[in-house]
Design a protein around this ligand. Structure first.
Ligand code: ZN
Length: 283
């Protein structure tokens, strides 16, 4: 199962075509994507045998995030060992969690505005919740996941790291457009192993990050068990599961994005393209 959002309407993606969920289901599901995630179990049961009618060509550049307005967005910091070392921060004993604010969500293709001169890239696999989750066992966690999609956790390092000693991760990572998601949400059953998904980031064609989610310190099951032991996870909630090494912050000297840079982000078979633009130009 693959879900995308085009012009504020949730679609099923099959091959190169997208099918409108609300139209095909006679209004039972959608068109709002959150309605589909809220009814995920009934929706997937219906979709298995549904007659979808005519499709339209699916183009990533037309897509919004597959969940444009999640109720909660979590980020996991320092979840790959080599990235934790390059960050210069101590290894976490339990998942290091921050929030990203919903106005930072964007689509998979477009401009990335450089609001400061220290904007960095972080390719991440994003997990989207498909079922209310509270006190979930690690071994059961994947049953609460609607799917995985590509994400960037764009980060203004100057804002993220101040004040010294008590950094504000949530604000530095929540400028508008700094949480692009998509194009398509891919359900866990479409992966040979949903705990081993390749992810990479290239800047102007040069590979800067390349890893697999199998290298995570706290895998998806542990993250969901941990978060849901503290608060409920709601359908459509997004968890950015951390980034591997190779970010600009880890370079000597640090190297951040410049206007005109082309950022290509790949998670599984989902690809994002962003062009960095100067804030003065964007305004
Ligand atoms: Zn991150």
């Amino acid at each position: 199962m693959r879900i995308a959002v085009v012009a504020s309407r949730a679609k099923i993606v099959r091959g190169t075509e997208a099918f409108d969920i609300a139209e095909a289901s006679g209004g039972r599901f959608g068109p709002d994507a959150l309605d589909v995630y809220d009814k995920w179990e009934a929706f997937t049961a219906w979709a298995e045998s549904a007659e979808l009618g005519p499709g339209v060509p699916f183009r990533p550049e037309d897509c919004d995030s597959p969940v444009p307005a999640p109720r909660q967005i979590f980020g996991i910091g320092l979840n790959y060992r080599a990235h934790q070392i390059e960050s210069g921060l101590p290894a976490p004993a339990e998942p290091l969690v921050f929030g990203k604010f919903v106005t930072s969500v964007a689509g998979p293709v477009g401009d990335l505005v450089l609001f400061t001169d220290q904007v960095d890239w972080e390719v991440e696999a994003a997990v989207v919740i498909g079922r209310y989750a509270r006190n979930v066992d690690e071994g059961e966690a994947w049953a609460y996941v609607a799917g995985i999609t590509a994400a960037q956790d764009y980060s203004a390092r100057d804002v993220q790291m101040r004040p010294a000693g008590t950094p504000q991760f949530s604000l530095g990572k929540s400028f508008p457009g700094y949480t692009p998601l998509g194009p398509a949400l891919v359900s866990p059953d479409e992966f040979k192993d949903p705990d081993d998904i390749a992810l990479s980031c290239s800047i102007n064609g040069r590979l800067v990050q390349s890893s697999t989610t199998a290298d995570m310190i706290f895998p998806v099951g542990e993250i969901i068990a941990y978060l849901s032991s503290i608060l409920p996870l709601l359908p459509g909630d997004v968890i950015l599961t951390g980034t591997p090494s190779g970010v600009g912050l880890g370079m000597t000297p640090p190297g951040y994005l410049k206007a005109g840079d082309q950022i290509t982000t790949v998670v599984g078979d989902q690809t994002q393209h962003h062009t960095a633009v100067d804030v003065a130009v964007a305004a």
